[in-house]
Write a new protein. Structure first.
Length: 118
């Protein structure tokens, strides 16, 4: 079942093929490691402190991940603009939350990037 806003567009062929759930889980795990790894490397250069640092990182990540993906959807798929805008908003909010959680976990587990010099 689709969300009510999507129901009207359920006839589109892109909704007829079920997603590959296993691949989605694997890619989400890989994406999580990438997000945390990048944060650990650049966190000292991000302005702000505490959750605001995480939100700032999430906003930057949202620009690169969500906005660029939205442009790709518009170009490659014939998806109604309402769905594109809903995905853009939801993805950006998700990126903000992901950035805040990443910052919190980084602080909690004291994750740092160290380069050992010989």
């Amino acid at each position: 079942m689709l969300l009510p806003l999507y129901e009207y567009y359920s006839y589109l062929p892109i909704w007829q093929t079920p997603p590959n759930v296993i691949a989605g889980i694997v890619f989400d795990i890989i994406n999580g490691f990438i997000v945390v790894g990048i944060f650990i490397i650049i966190k000292d250069g991000i302005p702000k402190e505490g959750w605001k640092k995480g939100a700032y990182y999430g906003a930057i990540m949202g620009i690169f991940r969500v906005v660029m993906f939205t442009f790709t959807i518009v170009v490659l798929l014939n998806v109604p603009i309402l769905i594109v805008m809903l995905n853009l908003i939801a993805g950006f909010v998700e990126s903000l939350i992901l950035g805040i959680v990443t910052e919190f976990l980084s602080r909690k587990f004291e994750l740092e990037f160290r380069i050992e010099e010989e």
